[in-house]
Design a protein around this ligand. Structure first.
Ligand SMILES: Nc1ncnc2c1ncn2[C@@H]1O[C@H](COP(=O)(O)OP(=O)(O)OP(=O)(O)O)[C@@H](O)[C@H]1O
Ligand SMILES: [Mg+2]
Length: 216
């Protein structure tokens, strides 16, 4: 039986997605679990070109519908050229954001019609649904503090306003409540503590793929 699983980490800026993917990757490497880590546009040529278009235009210059469709354009390539081939090769895919980001930011955050967003997303992903979406839940202010400590220039709270990110966080909470394949993990505390929570969740959810519980 294939141990391929498609695992996605989600959450607001500074929640620790990238940090936790790095820790999970090291854990899986140590346990000999074949995996790839990925984030959209994930190294597809067309996705990188789309990313360049989005970055070249300041927030506000691009209608939210355009932003949505460009992101979904990149996602269509990401699914077909990165995620599906890795899963077909029996690998675990650890993705830094996927469709929950679109629902939370473009839907709940920007107010685009969520049903339309979902339909368009399903077309872009060819119906591929992650095996597990983990939302790293952190108060918006704490994520901003972490990024400020890091010296990150793009403080989204300054760019978008705290109210926007609060809508995004609430959107994530609503999605987890609605979707059977999603779980919330408390992202407070140090990175090692959060990592242990994730190991426990993955080991308990997919024992045939992931090594035993935290500490083992
Ligand atoms: N548990 C933690 N406690 C304190 N600081 C953390 C923790 N996890 C990550 N950090 C630090 O907070 C900053 C943001 O973390 P990270 O880049 O992993 O978040 P992210 O969710 O990937 O953010 P973004 O959405 O902006 O990519 C980094 O400087 C990271 O080192
Ligand atoms: Mg990140």
């Amino acid at each position: 039986m294939s141990r391929a699983r498609f695992i996605v980490l989600e959450g607001v800026e500074g929640a620790g997605k990238t940090t936790q993917i790095r820790l999970l990757s090291a854990w899986l490497a140590g346990a000999g679990v074949e995996h790839v880590t990925a984030r959209e546009p994930g190294g597809t040529e067309v996705g990188e070109a789309i990313r360049g278009v989005l970055l070249a235009h300041r927030e506000g210059d691009v209608p939210p519908e355009t932003e949505l469709l460009l992101m979904l354009g990149a996602r269509a390539a990401f699914v077909r050229q990165v995620v599906r081939p890795a899963l077909a090769a029996g690998k675990v895919v650890l993705a830094d954001r996927f469709d929950f980001s679109t629902f939370a930011y473009q839907g709940y955050g920007r107010g685009l019609d969520l049903d339309a967003v979902r339909r368009l997303n399903a077309f872009a992903t060819d119906g591929l649904v992650p095996d597990l979406v983990v939302v790293l839940d952190l108060p918006v202010g704490e994520g901003a503090e972490r990024q400020a400590r890091e010296g990150s220039e793009r403080d989204r709270i300054e760019v978008e306003g705290a109210a926007f990110l609060e809508r995004v966080r609430e959107g994530y909470r609503a999605l987890v409540a609605q979707e059977g394949h999603a779980r919330m993990v408390d992202a407070r505390g140090d990175a090692e503590a959060v990592h242990r929570r994730l190991r426990t969740l993955l080991g308990d959810t997919f024992p045939e793929t992931f090594p035993g519980r935290a500490g083992s």
